[in-house]
Write a protein that binds this ligand. Structure first.
Ligand code: AMP
Ligand code: FE
Ligand code: FE
Ligand code: ZN
Length: 281
């Protein structure tokens, strides 16, 4: 088993980096990648913990790219944490996130739902603050019954409290990953909400600006989606990755390491991903 997409308290997951590594080691994962939103902060703690546990940990990240009307996330793998280009892109994304958060909280206050900042800091654990934290705070004040209801009613892209962040273009996001010697992978393609023809055109366009892979095996993909994305990977010579998008208790339906198949051997996937990154060194 491998899981190449998990979040920690450094973004919107609820396991600390060390706790996530411990959980992955306990499950006997052959490889783990932490792909926090807009930050590599987890690795200061996660890399030594993984080394001590004998766990293969791949340095990853998840970036939000400009796209409408669906969601376009890009994963980066085998990253050089010291890359000045990637660091500056992440700093910029964190700034955009902070500005968006301010405006989102203003919107909620205008809707009669002022949230306590220090409570939000507690919920986020000091990491990058995101909508799932705001959703949890809305549950706590009794505005909604569940985190999902908070998205459905307020925070989803078409919701009254939604405020868009500034985001990188596909070209710039992929270039930032490559500048750090990493492989760039299209995350959870179903979230783009494109029909077959539009998805193929999107993948082809991303491929032309250097996309290396596609997250075919994902906890929320059904068999038909997996078959379709596998065919796209083959057609466009993209590596395939497997990830759950585990976030801990903030997304209780998703378990670490639980990724549907059928898929090639984990060793084959890992070797192809490493080779894809190697091309950018
Ligand atoms: P942010 O980076 O702050 O925009 O928040 C992104 C996080 O919110 C990701 O973990 C998404 O999975 C989650 N998210 C986005 N839209 C929804 C939705 N409609 N329902 C549940 N979670 C969502
Ligand atoms: Fe998230
Ligand atoms: Fe994502
Ligand atoms: Zn994610």
């Amino acid at each position: 088993m491998i899981d190449l997409h998990a979040h920690t308290t450094c973004s919107d997951g609820t396991d600390s980096p060390a706790a996530l590594v411990a959980r992955a080691a306990e499950l006997g994962l052959a490889a783990l990648a932490i792909c926090d939103h807009d930050t590599l902060a987890a690795y200061d703690e996660a890399l030594p913990a993984a080394a001590a546990a004998g766990l293969g940990l791949i340095v990853g990240v998840e970036l939000s790219l400009a796209f409408e009307p669906g969601t376009f996330h890009l994963l980066g793998y085998h990253l050089d944490r010291g890359s000045p280009e990637l660091t500056s892109r992440l700093n910029e994304a964190q700034q955009w996130r902070a500005e968006r958060n301010e405006r989102m909280l203003e919107r909620l206050a205008a809707l009669g739902l002022p949230l306590d900042r220090s409570r939000l800091e507690d919920i986020s654990g000091g990491g990058e603050l995101g909508r799932p934290h705001v959703a949890r705070a809305l549950v706590e004040v009794g505005a909604v019954e569940s985190i999902q209801a908070a998205f459905d009613r307020y925070l989803a892209k078409d919701g009254p409290a939604y405020v868009p962040k500034a985001r990188l273009s596909a070209q710039d996001g992929i270039a930032a990953i490559h500048a750090a010697g990493g492989a760039a992978v299209l995350a959870h393609p179903y979230q783009l909400r494109l029909d077959d023809a539009a998805l193929e055109a999107h993948v082809a366009a991303c491929r032309r600006v250097g996309l290396d892979g596609i997250e075919v095996f994902y906890s929320q993909h059904n068999a038909e989606q997996i078959a379709r994305y596998t065919a796209l990977a083959e057609r466009y010579d993209l590596v395939m990755t497997a990830g759950s998008d585990y976030h801990g208790t903030i997304k209780p339906g998703i378990a670490l390491g639980q990724v549907p198949g059928p898929r090639p051997s984990d060793q084959a996937l890992l070797a192809a991903l490493a080779a894809a990154a190697e091309r950018w060194r």
